[in-house]
Design a protein around this ligand. Structure first.
Ligand code: G6P
Length: 627
């Protein structure tokens, strides 16, 4: 019978981890930290603490962090050293047993883990032969058993055992370990999964990102791959590598503000983040666009000008919403810079023996900067000699640290799982890159360059105008809650927007939706159209406007219900569509920044009407650190 494992009777890998050692009670710090990290996974969670009697206890619950809190209410939890975990299942279904922290066989060690131990099956077989038994289906339990086995069989201290065990591990990990009887020691290590160490006043923190730490200290160390932080109570953390060679850590200053992590009066983070976009896009332009001189410059482009001017091809690698931003990048770079572009899902690219040339520019786009597939694809591109440029939001995350150069999107933390403000800023960075390169390459006329820039700075106020229609869009959303399927269509720059609009709806309302290039409808999807099928059409004034009108007529002729995104005074489309939402006109290549806004709001309101958990939709996680 295991001692001190308190399992909530309900059960769950991307995962968020947090740890504390210091003068305060650890439990409240850990719980608050888990809430901040819940965007990383929210199937189950758990904490492990060492109390005054130096005894180690573990508490776990299936469900949200609030379920863990509820479960722990009646328990006398205390201790100033603890670790905690919120899980997004990969190995083993979400249940109490699979939830972290995991004990070692003797229950003397407890471990939390974000990542994947790829060779866990081989390691597990070896441990079973040595008499070890396993409670869970997780790879994580294998790691803690291995650490204990190495510790006992080699008669070494905990840190040496962790170093020796990690040398046997293939895969990704951010881990933290505590030991029964030792209330003064927290050990953390990472490889390919993020881990930050916070340095406070006689207190120290570890976490998957800075959000659980910022409230207590602004001083952090971002651990590098295969580094171990040995944190002894009241002593500055010591950083060593797997060979026990001491490393000199670089202490960084956090710029994150606590306010940015709160909902600020909005019912959901997603709505707050949609409404933040006029400001976040200004923040993203700040220091990069000079209106007086009519100039846009990105330091990453200027510092690597020759590479961009000589590039024969651009490869854009990304996943999810960032991939949709990448598709808009393809239109931009080909139109404005005349450079051929290929946009790839990182997960497909990395496994399909891609052809990469040394004079390719690879642009990796990622909000979190931690997406495992994108990180792996970057390594492949670097190995082939390509120059890799990152577009990321999270400062200090793995992708900016593993690319040759790049640009941050500077939108602050995005907490809603469905990406909104990060998407528009990724598109904005791609626009600024394309304008900067096009000017240098002289592939854009001065007149078009200036006109586009003038329009670009007008984008934030134009988004304000769209946001004023929030109530109208909320009303419209009521009409569509009945639907089980949706089609989104657009042409040119509006095609990736249609796909992004459809993804937003799927993610948070669980309504099936497809984004399609409008002209392709007649090659299949039009068979789906009947009076029940809502079709969202982006029909703004662009080079293919007339063609889009014909596509609308094709839908109309089959009784589809059309909701059109139109420019003001567009009577033609208004007469054909069942419902319309107006957006201001702009340059064609900037249109995605406006046309996506009503689609974000539409999916938000439909999801709310359907009673969905908008910020934490089922089965999803914000930061996908496993492949
Ligand atoms: C997850 C998130 C998406 C995101 C995608 C790529 O699926 O839920 O919102 O677009 O990962 O993430 P990244 O951080 O690389 O942009």
């Amino acid at each position: 019978m295991r001692k001190n494992v308190y399992l909530c009777t309900y059960f769950f890998y991307m995962c968020g981890i947090v740890g504390y050692i210091g003068k305060q009670e650890a439990y409240p710090v850990l719980i608050k930290g888990l809430h901040r990290l819940e965007y990383r996974g929210y199937d189950s969670s758990g904490v492990a603490l060492i109390d005054k009697q130096k005894e180690l206890s573990v508490y776990k619950a299936k469900g949200r962090v609030s379920d863990l809190e509820e479960f722990c209410k009646s328990k006398a939890i205390s201790g100033t050293l603890g670790i905690a975990h919120t899980r997004w299942a990969t190995h083993g279904e979400p249940n109490n047993v699979n939830a972290h922290p995991h004990y070692s066989q003797s229950e003397n060690l407890a471990l939390i883990h974000n990542g994947i131990i790829e060779n866990y099956a081989v390691l597990k077989e070896g441990l079973i032969r040595e008499g070890y038994t396993f409670q869970s289906e997780t790879d994580t339990e294998v790691l803690i058993q291995l650490i204990e086995y190495v510790k006992i069989s080699n008669r070494v201290d905990l840190c040496t055992a962790i170093q020796l065990a990690l040398k046997q591990v293939v895969g990704a990990y951010a881990i933290a370990v505590i030991e029964n009887g030792n209330p003064d020691l927290l050990i953390a290590a990472r490889k390919s999964s993020p881990l930050v160490v916070g340095i406070g006043d006689a207190e120290f923190f570890i976490a998957s990102d800075a959000s659980p730490i910022v409230e207590y200290t602004k001083q952090v160390i971002y651990l590098e791959d295969e580094e171990i932080a040995i944190i002894q109570r009241n002593e500055p953390p010591k950083i060593v590598n797997l060979n026990n060679v001491e490393q000199t850590p670089q202490i960084s200053q956090l710029e994150l503000s606590l306010n940015a992590l709160e909902k600020g009066g909005y019912p959901h983070f997603m709505l707050k983040e949609i409404f933040e976009q006029p400001r976040t896009l200004k923040d993203c332009m700040r220091g990069r666009i000079n209106v007086e001189n009519n100039n846009v410059t990105l330091s990453g482009i200027i510092d690597n000008k020759e590479k961009f001017l000589n590039a024969k091809r651009i490869l854009i690698l990304a996943c999810g919403t960032s991939w949709h931003a990448g598709l808009i990048g393809e239109y931009l770079f080909e139109e404005l810079c005349r450079i051929p572009v290929e946009v790839e899902y990182s997960s497909e690219f990395r496994y399909r023996k891609p052809i990469i040339y040394p004079d390719d520019i690879v642009i990796a786009i990622s909000q979190s900067g931690e997406t495992a597939d994108t990180l792996a694809a970057i390594e492949q591109a670097k190995a082939a000699g390509a120059f890799v440029y990152g577009i990321c939001n999270v400062v200090g995350s793995s992708i900016p640290r593993n690319t040759h150069s790049g640009s941050y999107t500077h939108v602050g933390p995005e907490i809603g799982v469905a990406s909104t403000k990060a998407f528009t800023a990724q598109v904005l960075v791609l626009i600024m890159m394309a304008l900067n390169i096009a000017k240098e390459k002289k592939t854009i006329s001065q007149e078009q360059y200036e006109r586009t820039l003038t329009e670009l700075v007008q984008i934030p106020p134009k988004i304000e105008m769209i946001l004023k229609q929030n109530e109208k869009i909320e009303d419209l959303s009521k009409i569509f809650t009945y639907a089980h399927n949706f089609i989104y269509m657009g042409r040119g720059y509006s095609y990736p927007v249609a796909m992004e609009g459809a993804l937003k709806l799927k993610e948070i309302s669980y309504i099936h939706a497809e984004g399609y290039p409008a002209a392709e409808m007649k090659h299949g999807p039009i068979a789906l159209i009947d009076q029940e099928m809502p079709v969202v059409v982006i029909a703004t004034h662009n080079t293919t406007y007339d063609k889009t009108i014909s596509n609308i007529q094709e839908i109309k002729a089959r009784s589809g219900r059309i909701l059109a995104i139109v420019n003001k005074y567009d009577q033609k489309v208004k007469d054909m569509a069942d419902y319309t939402i107006e957006i201001p006109e702009t340059e064609e290549c900037l249109d995605p920044l406006l046309s996506i806004i009503p689609l974000q709001l539409l999916s938000y309101h439909i999801a709310v009407k359907k009673g969905r958990d908008v910020d934490m939709p089922r089965n999803l996680a914000k930061s996908v650190t496993v492949e």
